[in-house]
Design a protein around this ligand. Sequence first.
Ligand code: MG
Length: 173
Amino acid sequence: MLQLLAPHLRIDRVEQLTLARLGELQLDALLLDVDCTLKPYRDEEISAKVAAWLAELRGGGIGLCLVSNGRGARIRRFAQRIELPFVATAMKPFPLGCRRAARKLGFPRSRTAMVGDQFFADVIAARLAGLVSILVRPIRPEEEPWFTRSKRPLERWFLRHVGVAPRRSGDRS
Ligand SMILES: [Mg+2]
């Protein structure tokens, strides 16, 4: 039962999802969380490494869209700077924002992954939306607001118990 909520893959940094790796994973599109996934919470900019990674994926034809629970104006500014489409105020763990972003990109859901750092937002939203879920280790989580930080101990407990879920070729698309 818990496996239904488990991520399909756990990684340390988004840059590990190279074009070659996405090919192996049979993924055509990534929905990307913003805070603590692409950049530390307090920073406005992404690192040069993350910028190079995004450029590589874009060059390889991977569909990309930001999906953040952050408010519209802040996420819009960020999205415009890195020139990506976005869904703000996504209300993860509810799946609606992820579904909207996946529709925007137009790839099958079985070939679209939600990549994010929070179990109780990104992973659950991805699973409820029928997407592949990739959990990334948060970048500088000590900078997060208290309400996000307060969820981390429970999140660690869950993650110890849920492990990772297998991907089935028959998964909904
Ligand atoms: Mg995050």
